[in-house]
Design a binder for this molecule. Structure first.
Ligand code: AGP
Length: 609
């Protein structure tokens, strides 16, 4: 999604803003732009495509300034084009960058046009800059003009605003979209996330919903949604500028796949005393909350939703905890029936997914008393709005395709199954088994990563394919879904997942020699059933790739390629079987030459509906 970086300093901010934009590239975008004020004039550069194009444009015709705003745009209103790229400018004097969607832009556009403002883009954002310019004519003060503009805006926004008559002032505000202030020495910056600002500071202020901030080189004043002056805490980040570096890897995604053993260890760290999981791992009031709840409702999107699907099996099968799960974008509009003593669990790597946030708010409106988030982004909106929190501590995930965030979500969910399950029917034996398997998980992840070369060779079978099917059963059906999502996201191959028992109810019609069928087949109580499904595919000439640690039986079937997996306990096998599927999609994407870390049309942090 769109990314904002801006700053006010006693030095030229252009290189800082360009570096910041590069660090926001992972969020997904289609154009980039930057504007500065120099000698009382606004200078702007915009380019369709990558930030390096913008950088080249500026190198060829340099601009500089001690105040500037910059942006990567992910098109929502109006196609990707230079004309639609931010910053947008009004009356040659006001410039704005925006993340979010202004829902009433049509109405505002009509009234601004009637008042003589000419629009040069198709964006919803342009109404904001003209509205501020219109208010400036009345208020003659930048902060006042922004404050009187905001009540006219319906929807979500994070904004950076500057005015050529006030080159000493930068305004930042947010509602529904994230925005953080970077605190420097004699300088301030704003950005959509802290990654953009790590080269200049590790001290951050997270703006709250409705906040408006006025920044000068030596002063920062924040007003809350009611207009009252407020202090917001400064948070010291542990992240360093090089935490978001590819290191020896060709892509962030590959690096992140390889970081999973470490990420899992980090997620487990400090949550146990001996072998006993502490309720307090989820927050100080966790024990009290867990004692009261009667069921669990999981809400999430995309990959995080798949993690929740696995957890539903665990909650119900191991602990008899009634557990429902729904895609957040559906839940928020369905007017669901939910009882107040349900624990609403949201799962999100970014903590900013607009649908998940809105679904949580909807659940609260419906009377739910307790919420818990599993999240990888400290200080994110979901973390701030939830009663209980478990951070996944996977470190920054830059590749748009989620990998280590997913496996650490599963680890966090297993811990939640223990903590809640104890209050239901989870036996001591099961608890001990889960804990010991969790402790052994990093070692098993290292083992499965050794399959990388085998999977790289296997990927050649997919390079010329248009479609693929993924099959699994039980907890491995969501893993098949995750495998299919990864493949389509980064290789653009159409991939679908089915619970293998559903094959004969329709998808079997798709099977022919052109259809690779990836099957996730660990040695568990469903393996015999799955073998029959495999036979159904093989008999029709389907090309099977089976990930398994057991044996198939008649093994010389030329339609079947078996990838031998390490044997692991059933409880952790969904985590282990995810990893070869991540590697498979990665290698197929590399072969196809796609943009692995920033696949087309996608964004890392989906902050709009
Ligand atoms: C994962 O590979 C995807 N990029 C996407 O499905 C993602 O999981 C989804 O947008 C939810 O994001 P979140 O975890 O940040 O809420």
């Amino acid at each position: 999604m769109c990314g904002i970086v801006a700053g006010i300093a006693q030095r030229n901010v252009v290189p800082i803003l360009i570096e910041g934009l590069k660090r926001l590239e992972y969020r997904g975008y289609d154009s980039a732009g930057l504007a500065v004020i120099d000698q009382g004039e606004i200078y702007r550069k915009r380019e369709l495509g990558k930030v390096k194009g913008l950088e080249a444009l500026i190198a060829a015709d340099p601009i500089q300034g001690m105040i500037g705003i910059a942006h990567t745009r992910w098109a929502t209103h109006g196609k990707p084009s230079t004309q639609n790229a931010h910053p947008h400018i009004s009356s040659q004097k006001v410039a704005v960058v925006h993340n979010g969607i202004i829902e009433n832009h049509d109405r505002l556009r009509t009234s601004l046009q009637q008042n003589g403002y000419q629009f040069t883009s198709e964006t919803d954002t342009e109404v904001v800059v003209h509205k501020i310019a219109e208010q400036l004519a009345i208020d003659n003060d930048l902060l006042a003009a922004v404050k009187s503009t905001l009540p006219h805006l319906e929807g979500a926004y994070a904004l950076g605003v500057m005015y050529s008559d006030r080159p000493d002032t930068l305004i930042a505000c947010r509602k529904g979209s994230p925005l953080v202030i970077g605190v420097g020495i004699g300088e301030f910056f704003i950005a959509s996330d802290i990654a953009a600002l790590l080269p200049v500071t590790q001290r951050f202020i997270f703006l709250e919903d409705g906040d408006v901030a006025e920044l000068t080189i030596d002063n920062l004043v924040i007003y809350d949604k009611d207009g009252a002056r407020v202090e917001r805490p400064v948070v010291e980040s542990q992240l360093k500028a090089d935490s978001v570096d590819k290191g020896k890897y060709r892509h962030f995604m590959l690096k992140e796949i390889y970081e999973q053993a470490w990420a899992v260890s980090e997620t487990l760290e400090g949550r146990f005393i001996g072998n006993r999981l502490q309720d307090s791992a989820f927050g100080h009031q966790a024990a009290e909350v867990f004692d009261q709840i009667k069921s669990v409702q999981i809400l999430a999107c995309g990959t995080s939703y798949h993690a929740g699907l696995v957890a539903r099996y665990w909650f119900e099968k191991l602990a008899r905890v009634p557990c429902s799960i729904e895609v957040a974008s559906e839940f928020r509009y369905r007017n669901p029936v939910i009882s107040p003593d349900t624990l609403v669990v949201t799962i999100s790597q970014s903590g900013e997914t607009a649908d998940t946030l809105a679904a949580l708010q909807e659940a609260k409106k419906l009377g739910v008393k307790h919420s818990l988030v599993i999240c990888n982004a400290p200080e994110s909106s979901l973390v701030r709005e939830s009663d209980l929190v478990m951070m996944t501590r996977a470190g920054p995930e830059i590749g748009v395709a989620s990998t280590k965030a997913f496996t650490t979500q599963l680890v966090a969910l297993l811990m939640l199954v223990i903590a809640v399950g104890r209050r239901f029917s989870l036996t001591k034996e099961w608890e001990e088994l889960i804990v010991s398997e969790l402790f052994g998980l990093p070692g098993n992840i290292e083992k499965v990563l050794q399959l990388d070369e085998t999977i790289e060779q296997l990927s050649q079978r997919f390079a010329d394919k248009q479609n693929a099917l993924f099959l699994g059963r039980g907890t491995h059906y969501p893993i098949a879904m995750e495998g299919a999502l990864k493949l389509k996201e980064i290789s653009y191959i159409h991939a679908e997942a089915y619970p293998a028992g559903e094959l004969k109810h329709g998808p079997l019609a798709l099977i022919d020699a052109e259809m690779p069928v990836v099957t996730v087949a660990p040695n568990n109580n469903l393996l015999e059933k799955l073998k029959s499904n495999i036979q159904e595919v093989s008999a029709r000439g389907g090309q099977l790739i089976v990930f398994m640690d057991g044996a198939l039986g008649e093994s010389d079937d030329e339609n079947v390629q078996i990838i031998k997996m390490p044997s692991v306990a059933n409880i952790i096998s969904p985590i282990i079987y995810t990893i070869p599927l991540q590697l498979l999609s990665y290698h197929v994407a590399v072969l196809k030459g796609t943009d692995v870390d920033q696949p087309r049309n996608l964004a890392k942090s989906v902050t709009v509906e």
